[in-house]
Design a binder for this molecule. Structure first.
Ligand SMILES: NC(=O)c1ccc[n+]([C@@H]2O[C@H](COP(=O)([O-])OP(=O)(O)OC[C@H]3O[C@@H](n4cnc5c(N)ncnc54)[C@H](O)[C@@H]3O)[C@@H](O)[C@H]2O)c1
Ligand SMILES: [Zn+2]
Length: 384
């Protein structure tokens, strides 16, 4: 059968490495860049860290900061209407997954004869029109490493991923300065999202030796650092490790694929607008618990890597340890444990079961098949 992985071409890491953007602009002969960001990034002063570099090398830029968090495909259409009138040689995205996904879509939509709706129906139409630089500011979706862009589909009250190799970023800048002052609740939600990428990809049916290497590296970094990054925001070593862990998680996605946590999370984002990382966090331990018998070996390997001192425990105990760690991280980072406070009610169960079971792109990666009753029982656990 064989297997493959696809990686961005140039990846820079280390505090302060945003200055590498100057090398990139020079290498690509850029005269003008299109900069994608959002109002939150602008207000936090992070955009200035980039603009100062562009000014130094006198590269022109045009800023698109009207991007909505967790965009719907209609928002991407509106954005493309604005971008259509502009020209540039390179796209630079500075922001979280929402900004990066929008920029990745723009890199295949700009001047193309297909729309984002066409790509939802047939992602193989996508062709790269412009190169991209990704500067993540959360820790995180791993979007800087993936071929995926996720959009909400309001009429279906759900979200969907568009996956195309054409969207693989060309350059990635992992500068932990970008998350130095990230609000704690976003460290929590995006950090748990990254951990879900690692654990789901490692336990996915699609796991390969390539994806395992990155998923394992990601899991080790995040299990070790997420509590510290949350509790002690000034610990830049923990923040740098979180940023790396999130990136490795994204690479793992391109080689493997997420599973039922992400699948069942999409309707929660699509209908109730629960932040992506939060909806994953609420479901995470319950789904891994459901999968445990099919994934015991894999969970044991994770336990051996994150807690080698527990080598004497049984396979079952080790798998339980990993599940307990996940639940503990969600608790320590003060993410709600259930859907109560998001206005989701037991009457919504039928909708959730229907919408969750539609997410076949990811459900097929789950080592254990989930029928509607299984899906219902998982949602019931988080609907107190
Ligand atoms: N493409 C992929 O592979 C992939 C993977 C997972 C998730 N996603 C998608 O990514 C989106 C979520 O992205 P996200 O969780 O990174 O959050 P986000 O991009 O939606 O940002 C959330 C909020 O945080 C603010 N913010 C971001 N960085 C900040 C900083 N450093 N300081 C202050 N405020 C900051 C933003 O302004 C925004 O208001 C969802 O749409 C999800 O579906 C994509
Ligand atoms: Zn995710």
């Amino acid at each position: 059968m064989g297997y493959q992985i696809i990686l961005p071409s140039y990846i820079y890491g280390g505090v302060g490495c945003v200055e590498k953007v100057k090398e990139i602009l020079d290498r690509e002969g850029v005269k003008k860049s299109l900069v994608f960001t959002d109002k939150g990034i602008r207000q936090s002063g992070l955009l200035d860290l980039l603009l100062v570099q562009l000014d130094e090398v006198q590269v022109e830029y045009e800023i698109f900061d009207d991007l909505t968090a967790e965009p719907a495909y209609q928002d991407i259409n509106e954005l493309m209407e604005k971008v259509k009138c502009s020209s540039g040689d390179l796209i630079i995205a500075i922001g979280g997954g929402s900004v990066m996904d929008a920029a990745k879509l723009c890199c295949v939509l700009k001047d193309a004869d297909y729309t984002v709706k066409d790509l939802l129906d047939d992602p193989s139409k996508a062709r790269k029109q412009m190169k991209t630089v990704m500067i993540p500011t959360t820790c995180g979706t791993g979007s800087e490493a993936t071929c995926n862009a996720i959009v909400a589909i309001p009429e279906e009250q759900s979200k969907k991923g568009i996956v195309s190799e054409a969207m693989i970023p060309d350059y990635v800048i992992l500068d932990a300065q970008m998350i130095a002052n990230l609000p704690k609740h976003i460290v929590a939600s995006t950090g748990v999202d990254a951990l879900a990428h690692a654990v789901e990809c490692f336990t996915s049916k699609k796991a390969t030796p390539f994806s395992d290497t990155y998923a394992m590296a990601s899991a080790k970094l995040i299990f070790k650092n997420i509590r510290e990054a949350y509790n002690h925001p000034d610990n830049m070593q923990a923040k740098s490790d979180m940023m790396l862990g999130a990136f490795y998680g994204g690479v793992a996605i391109t080689g493997s694929g997420t599973t039922a946590v992400h699948a069942l999370s999409y309707p929660l984002g699509g209908k109730y607008h629960i932040a992506h990382g939060v909806s994953n966090a609420i479901l995470f331990a319950h789904v891994i618990e459901f999968n445990r018998d099919a994934c015991e070996e894999r969970l044991q390997l994770l336990c051996d890597a994150i807690a080698p001192e527990l080598s004497g425990m049984s396979k079952y105990e080790k798998s339980q340890y990993v599940i307990d760690q996940i639940a503990d991280i969600v608790k320590v980072t003060e993410i709600p444990a259930d859907l109560k406070e998001f206005g989701v009610k037991r009457e919504d169960l039928d909708f959730l079961v229907e919408a969750g079971s539609q997410q076949q792109r990811l459900l097929v990666n789950n080592r254990k098949n989930l029928n509607r009753e299984d899906i219902r029982s998982i949602y019931e656990k988080v609907l107190k």
